[in-house]
Design a protein around this ligand. Structure first.
Ligand SMILES: NCCC[C@H](NC(=O)CCC(=O)O)C(=O)O
Length: 441
């Protein structure tokens, strides 16, 4: 059946700030306590969505979450009015308040793992919410992610949204950032490549930085998503690159249809994996970047592989890159030759996503890919689809509610809590989501 890939991008939230919360993500550590600009961050993301929608790529938006997360602070024993809860948390631990205020839900590649209906045993589109167990500030995203996805993918005959796996390290799951789907047309059966960082009890794991995804989690997600077992491959990420800052597979690899674009050190036993893919994906093409041309550290710094690879109707592909890749002479030289070589990539588009990049989130982190048939696309909540009207409405909404400067100290401001809730209440009406946030219950 004919299907298209729809990119759902996360909208940056009002509390976007730099807290150094993600050990193993070098950008997060490096920019800790830098002053952020939430308004600029949200606009940078929105401009990417609009540009891709204008270029003919179906595009939708996923709203941010309620932050600070007062509900979680109450779970940790802070009490009183909502304002007092925030005030007490700020006095007790600014770091804790940062964690419950993180706008990290913007990186929706970590929201869920998606299985298109063509691959699912029951013929529905499946989405399993990621538990993001490795980081406290991210693990608290799961319940609202589930509510939001259910408000977008409502029709249970066509969509199944599964809650996150149990919150334990053995089942650490980071969603689509560790998942690739390879194949021919989007609507045909594809091969799903689940990439994990460690196996419980296994002896091949990184030593310096955490491996966030486990094999056990990937296997459970494949089961929940009802991926036809013949179409699944589990592969381990190279632990040596996790130790160099590749905290998700999408920092070192990106795939689209028959193409896998990755660094030569991305996977453990990489050549064996390629042989499997060659045998199972018709026309499989690996665009493997040698370390001599782009080092792992350059890849981490420029997010060359945290790109989006999008198909045009004629089969050619566009590579969507962050500004940092253009500014790096070696990486840009490599990209220039990539364009000249015999492969489907015929164009490069560059976006300024600096606010998100400074926390380790590039173009690919900001989007969740959902392959949908026309029929399924019609069943998606239409209010989240990007077009001129929604773009203008969101732009005005950001202009009205967002601050252009935020530090950790500002998170204690009770006005920020009020501004955020008022803004999100307006947004849920705009996107016709109903009541998805705890403060709306
Ligand atoms: N896919 C990109 C995810 C980036 C995200 N960064 C953060 O959460 C940084 C937040 C901070 O440090 O303020 C992470 O590491 O999970």
């Amino acid at each position: 059946m004919k299907a298209r890939e729809v990119n759902f991008d996360g909208l940056v939230g009002l509390t976007h700030h730099y807290a150094g919360l993600s050990f193993g993500n070098e950008a997060s550590t490096k920019h800790r306590h830098r002053v952020s600009n939430p308004k600029l961050a949200a606009k940078q993301g929105l401009l990417k969505m609009k540009a891709l929608a204008d270029a003919g790529f179906p595009q939708a938006v996923i709203p941010p979450q309620e932050r600070p997360n007062v509900q979680v602070l109450r779970q940790l024993g802070f009490s009183g009015s909502d304002e007092q809860v925030v005030e007490k948390a700020a006095a007790h631990s600014p770091h804790l308040l940062s964690a419950v205020s993180s706008a990290s839900s913007m990186w929706v590649a970590n929201a869920a793992t998606v299985c298109p209906s063509a691959d699912a045993l029951d013929g529905r589109v499946h989405l399993t919410v990621a538990n993001l167990n490795n980081k406290f500030h991210r693990a608290i995203e799961a319940p609202t992610t589930e509510a939001v996805l259910k408000a977008i993918f409502r029709d249970e005959h066509k969509f199944a949204v599964h809650p996150a796996l149990p919150q334990v390290a053995m089942l650490g799951d980071e969603g689509a950032a560790n998942h690739n789907r390879l194949g021919g047309e989007y609507g045909e059966q594809g091969i799903q490549l689940f990439v994990y960082g460690r196996e419980e009890g296994g002896n091949t794991a990184p030593g310096r930085y955490p491996a966030r995804q486990t094999l056990e989690a990937s296997q459970a997600v494949a089961r929940l998503n009802q991926v036809c077992p013949r179409q699944v491959i589990f592969a381990q990420q190279n632990p040596a690159v996790i130790d160099q800052g590749v905290f998700h597979n999408d920092v070192i690899a990106v795939s689209n249809r028959q193409v896998l674009f990755c660094h030569e050190q991305a996977f453990l036993h990489q050549q064996a994996l390629f042989s499997q893919l060659r045998a199972r994906v018709p026309g499989f093409m690996a665009l493997e970047v040698p370390d001599a041309e782009v080092s792992v550290s350059d890849a981490v710094e420029t997010y060359l592989f945290n790109s989006q690879l999008l198909s045009r109707e004629d089969g050619s592909m566009v590579l969507i890159l962050p500004q940092e890749s253009r500014e790096h002479p070696g990486v840009w030289r490599y990209l220039t030759t990539l364009l000249e070589q015999d492969n489907p990539i015929s164009e490069i588009k560059v976006f300024d996503l600096r606010e998100s990049m400074s926390n380790g989130g590039g173009p690919a982190c900001l989007r969740l890919r959902v392959v949908l048939t026309d029929d399924e696309a019609r069943a998606v909540n239409p209010a989240v689809m990007m077009n001129d009207v929604l773009f203008r409405a969101l732009n005005d909404w950001i202009e009205r509610y967002y601050r252009d400067r935020l530090t950790q100290a500002d998170l204690a401001d009770p006005m920020l809590l009020r501004e955020s809730r008022e803004a999100l209440d307006t947004l849920t009406k705009m996107l016709r989501l109903g009541s998805v946030y705890p403060f709306q219950q």
